[in-house]
Ligand binder design. Structure first.
Ligand SMILES: *Cc1c(COP(=O)(O)O)cnc(C)c1O
Length: 403
């Protein structure tokens, strides 16, 4: 699967044996990722392993990953500022266009201040331990992203997990912790990446108000998709009641890098405290230029968002009509729940044979019995693309007895 380069170096045999054994166990449990090779840009369609495929497995919702305007902005910035950033931003300084990007993030998140991070993962891994300390408690949705889970692990605060989007469980837990801790932080994804459901932020902020809790929303899959592009807090009209607005350039924005918006003092504190900001080198200035362009596009080209939703509604409706189980999807993430690892893998393989690139999502990424294919619809898919994918689903679904 991977190319092993025979450079003649060998480590210690016993070290090799430790990981050979672990690897073998992972192979047996079916936990090995087969990495496809892209032979060109990613988009609604792409050349994958030498073949033109319809892509339903990418976070590139708004089809911006190969947008000529992003490329042009990056090339121009590269000409002016060179390629590498030099060192971590805190030490070497950052290129001037990051100031513009920070302002744009604040405009996008509708906050006082904005800040970029090397990645979305780095925002959570660095910010959560920075804003909490011993004597605090963090309430976290059980289906939150792994980077949130890791950020909480790095914090000295207590951690309590509440049932997925279950507001009575969250309320019970808030009642239990109220008055016993210095600060309470509620952390949630805005849109959950495996089911495509939306966190009930209207109810979460109401509970937060009642119990004096801070609210932290990681909107990686909501930005560019919900709330006229501004994301899930805007979707619910509660921008002002979210204290930490986290996001990433790596999904609908079609680029790379993390971001956070909030009040000025909050952001200034995080910039001076989060270790993933202080100790990890940021992306090249050319990436910052592309990110800036991408935010501009998302805030002005509303047609793109409309096309995404038209495609999503069409695709989901047809799958539902055929009798597939699309679970709780409310967004362009439309799972087809199969409930069995082997069947999920078999379905993905059959779709691949028909020219549709999807990935099976199995335990431990989702609970056993909910194994699935996760489809992610793109604004750039044509009706022909979607019909081709739907026909492939119908054929494979019948063969596997799913519909
Ligand atoms: C993808 C994702 C991240 C990680 O963002 P990157 O920019 O890819 O590091 C963080 N949080 C959530 C909810 C995500 O879906």
């Amino acid at each position: 699967m991977y190319i092993l380069y025979g450079v003649g170096f060998m480590g210690k045999t016993w070290v090799k044996e430790i990981y050979a054994k672990k690897l073998q166990e992972m192979i047996e449990r079916g936990e090995i990722w087969e990495i496809r090779r892209l032979n060109g840009p990613t988009g609604p369609r792409a050349l994958v392993n030498g073949r033109e495929m319809i892509i339903l497995s990418s976070n590139n919702y708004l089809n911006l990953a190969n947008d000529p305007r992003l490329k042009k902005a990056a090339i121009e910035a590269m000409e002016k500022y060179g390629w590498g950033p030099g060192a971590v931003w805190a030490i070497a300084g950052y290129h001037e266009l990051l100031d513009e990007l920070h302002r744009k993030i604040a405009e996008f998140k509708r906050t006082e201040a904005g800040l970029v991070f090397p990645t979305g993962f780095a925002v959570n891994a660095g910010t959560i331990p920075a804003i909490t300390e011993q004597g605090d408690v963090i309430l976290s949705d059980e289906l939150n992203h792994g980077s949130i889970i890791d950020g909480i692990r790095l914090s000295r605060a207590e951690k309590i997990v509440y049932k997925h989007c279950d507001m009575s469980d969250l309320e019970d837990k808030l009642r239990q912790v109220h008055g016993k801790y210095n600060k309470i932080l509620i952390v949630t994804d805005g849109v959950f990446s495996m089911d495509g459901d939306i966190a009930p932020l209207d109810k979460i902020v109401k509970l937060a108000r009642e119990f004096n809790a801070m609210v932290y929303v990681d909107d990686a899959h909501g930005e560019g998709v919900l709330g006229d592009g501004h994301g899930s807090p805007a979707h619910f009209g509660v921008d002002d009641e979210v204290d930490f607005h986290v996001g990433t350039f790596s999904k609908a924005l079609g680029s790379s890098g993390g971001m956070i918006g909030g009040d000025y003092e909050v952001i200034e504190f995080i910039r001076n405290k989060a270790r993933t900001w202080l100790l990890s080198t940021g992306f090249p200035p050319a990436v910052a230029a592309a990110n800036l362009k991408s935010l501009e596009i998302v805030m002005t080209e509303k047609d793109r968002i409309r096309r995404l939703w038209d495609n999503r509604n069409y695709f989901k409706k047809r799958l539902d009509e055929m009798g597939f189980n699309t679970g709780k999807s409310q967004t362009p993430i439309v799972p087809v729940i199969v409930g069995d690892t082997k069947k999920a893998r078999e379905l993905a393989r059959m779709l691949w044979d028909e020219g549709i690139f999807v990935v099976p999502i199995v335990y431990p990424m989702v609970a056993r019995g909910t194994e699935r294919i996760r489809n992610q619809v793109n604004a750039g898919h044509t009706k022909e693309d979607l019909d081709k994918a739907l026909a492939a689903y119908e054929k494979a679904g019948k063969k596997l007895g799913l519909i």
